[in-house]
Design a protein around this ligand. Structure first.
Ligand SMILES: Cc1cc2nc3c(=O)[nH]c(=O)nc-3n(C[C@H](O)[C@H](O)[C@H](O)COP(=O)(O)O)c2cc1C
Length: 367
């Protein structure tokens, strides 16, 4: 078994998989269920000065395993209830607790001293304070003035330049960056009713889940290279292999929301176990070793490579041939055959094959 424990801003987590702020951590009991489900750390649903009143319906799964859209806002429970009841229950789980707060400097200045007894760290959501760095910087300063625990800043991919926002957060005193929140606004439609899937004045919502992962990975990589504080990666993680990619991109730990909504709190332990197995299979002793190990540009010899069919695993299913835009693949006697004169070396067939039967083979290095 690999050592899954990680340290983030001086806090040690027994494994790097934790819930992201959202419905799986909507109250104290739900937070305890995440711990029982195998999470290595805990995050509470964002609270603000007043309870949210989200429109209904406010959550929908979207087809083809892309993920979800939501317009759930922040906690519908008032801060008093969190302080009197929910945080004490959550603390009983015995794992580090990151308390999520929103949004303005005034909100944070009012809430921070009251949540301090329960928080190992605080995560500031910037989701509803716009693109301009000013309100984010003011909120960070208010948190730093009131608290002596690490302050993480969660960035939303609103179209803003994420690296610049992370640098501004670090300069204002943030002890870590959480990237990324859900993306939007987006629209999902029910064609039978001609209605949006979500309520609210425009039916718009925020995208999360597998469709978000490539954007999250890009942001985590760019941000972790630009700042010296740790980055917690979030967006589209459902399996151990997603966590592997998030750590390789530069994350020190990983948060999960949509997969826990769709599959329940046991998903944290499942992802941690799959991560452990992957580390063992690939000769890593610790999860921390993976951090930031993705390479930058592809090596030239790899880039000049070509696809090669492996006879054993290929069953001639035709998937690669159907999606070869260059007509370079034919299935002959139940085996895919690539005509390299027609092949544009686009690489698609390698990822289309579900059996691992087409491999990208690097070219010989130029002498
Ligand atoms: C229904 C729902 C509610 C959410 N509520 C919050 C929230 O209160 N605060 C917050 O910072 N992020 C919130 N998020 C965003 C998630 O924490 C997370 O950043 C995002 O969903 C991407 O991760 P995922 O793909 O694992 O879901 C919410 C997401 C969903 C789907």
């Amino acid at each position: 078994m690999a050592d899954l424990s990680v340290e983030v801003a001086g806090i040690r987590f027994p494994n790097p998989i934790m819930p992201a702020a959202g419905p799986p951590v909507r109250d104290g009991r739900a937070i305890v269920r995440c711990a029982e489900g195998g999470a290595g750390g805990l995050v509470s649903k964002t609270i603000s000065s007043r309870a949210a009143t989200p429109p209904t319906p406010n959550m929908a799964e979207i087809a083809h395993n892309l993920g979800m859209v939501n317009t759930e806002l922040w906690s519908e429970l008032p801060p008093e209830q969190w302080i009197d009841r929910e945080y004490p229950i959550a603390r009983g789980a015995g794992l580090p607790l990151i308390v999520s707060l929103g949004y303005t400097a005034d909100d944070i200045a009012g809430l921070a001293p009251r949540i301090r007894p329960f928080a190992d760290a605080v995560e500031l959501s910037t989701h509803y304070i716009g693109e301009d760095a000013g309100p984010m910087v003011d909120a960070i300063r208010a948190a730093k003035a009131a608290l002596d625990v690490p302050i993480f800043v969660k960035l939303s991919p609103l179209g803003r330049e994420m690296v610049r926002a992370a640098e501004q957060a670090e300069a204002a005193g943030a002890d870590g960056i959480v990237a990324i929140n859900s993306f939007g606004p987006v629209l999902a439609i029910d064609p039978d009713t001609r209605l949006p899937l979500l309520g609210g004045s425009d039916g718009y919502g925020w995208l999360s889940g597998p469709a978000l992962k490539p954007l999250a990975l890009r942001c985590v990589r760019d941000i972790s290279r630009a700042v010296s504080v740790p980055v917690i990666g979030v967006g589209g993680v459902s399996h151990g292999i997603d966590a592997v990619e998030m750590l390789m991109a530069g994350a020190s730990a990983v948060q999960v929301c949509t997969a826990a909504i769709l599959h329940g709190p046991g998903v944290f332990g499942k992802i941690a176990h799959e991560l452990d197995t992957w580390l063992d299979d690939h000769g890593y002793a610790t999860a921390a070793e993976l951090r930031g190990t993705v390479t930058g540009a592809m090596p030239d010899a790899w880039s000049r490579g070509k696809p090669v069919v492996l006879e054993g695993p290929c069953n001639g299913c035709d998937v690669c041939a159907t999606s070869c835009l260059y007509g370079a693949i034919d299935v002959v006697d139940k085996l895919a055959v690539i005509d390299l004169d027609l092949c544009a070396r686009c690489g698609l067939c390698v990822t289309r094959c579900r059996r691992g039967a087409i491999e990208w083979v690097p070219a010989a290095p130029v002498a």
